[in-house]
Design a protein. Structure first.
Length: 283
């Protein structure tokens, strides 16, 4: 992974000071949108967790969501694949339009199961099923109707290669995925999400439970994934947001404060609240 910092991964994880290493990237300002949130509100019962969110998610780019705990990052992320539908007494208003079909992902008439087939998710802690490595990655494929052993094997290998884990598990395909290391389990979960060829991949703090070496591998993978899928990632680690994302959105108290190219957010933010957060004055 490219970095201009001289500290080791372990030292970076341990240091309490704020320092970022940003790889120079040419971010296409006019890149097409894969999804657009417009006037999005969300409630848990009578508690409004999201307020008038308007955000454009650029296709084949990585967009990071940052902000203090409780600001609505994960709540917003989970709107994309309708995870909130699994809870009682929740409500959406506004829209998240998925392009190019212009489907409103949060509309009542849209099937959340179909949404989850098109938008994959990787959670904070690795959550492989108590199955073999092969069956973990094949799970979504079987739900989609793939049953031929040869085709399944080809698609599973493709997904594991895309998740940069194939060489480590190719001789362990019939072993339990629970026997792998934490970092390996998380990459198998990424492979499982990639196997169904999602249009958007959601990451909810995917490295918070991993050691620095495993974190580096996941970060490198995320930067490579933009070539095949649009990525939206929630992270509390601002150094991580600076390393892996093209765009960064800062949220506070359920509102979107600012969104811009990552380099600009971390060097010259437009809003004082953003500057105060990234410089550690609160959060």
């Amino acid at each position: 992974m490219n970095t201009s910092m001289n500290t080791t991964l372990a030292e970076k994880a341990a240091t309490p000071t704020f320092s970022i290493a940003m790889e120079e990237r040419k971010v296409a300002a006019a890149s097409s949108a894969k999804a657009i949130a417009e006037k999005l509100d969300f409630w848990y019962g009578t508690n409004q967790a999201l307020k008038n969110i308007n955000l454009r998610i650029a296709e084949n780019h990585v967009t990071a969501l940052i902000g203090p705990s409780g600001c609505g990052k994960s709540t917003f992320l989970r709107c994309f694949n309708r995870m909130h539908d699994l809870q009682a007494d929740t409500k959406y208003s506004g829209s998240i339009m998925l392009h190019p079909e212009n489907i409103n992902l949060v509309a009542k008439e849209v099937d959340p199961i179909e949404v989850r087939m098109r938008i994959g998710m990787v959670f904070q802690k690795p959550n492989p099923f108590p199955k073999t490595v092969f069956e973990n990655v094949a799970y979504g494929l079987r739900l989609r109707g793939f049953s031929g052993r040869t085709e399944l094997a080809e698609r599973v290998e493709k997904a594991l290669r895309a998740a940069a884990i194939w060489d480590e598990v190719k001789d362990r395909m019939n072993e339990s995925a629970l026997a792998l290391s934490g970092g390996q389990m998380q990459r198998v979960c990424i492979a499982r999400a990639l196997a169904t060829e999602p249009e958007i991949l959601l990451f909810d703090e995917p490295t918070s439970a991993l050691d620095p070496i495993a974190t580096a591998k996941i970060e490198e993978l995320i930067t490579e994934l933009r070539q095949r899928v649009t990525v939206l990632i929630v992270t509390h680690n601002m150094q991580q947001a600076a390393r892996v994302s093209d765009f960064t959105a800062f949220m506070y108290l359920g509102e979107l404060v600012e969104v811009d190219a990552t380099a600009k957010i971390f060097t010259n933010p437009s809003k004082k609240a953003t500057e105060d957060y990234i410089t550690g004055r609160y959060g």
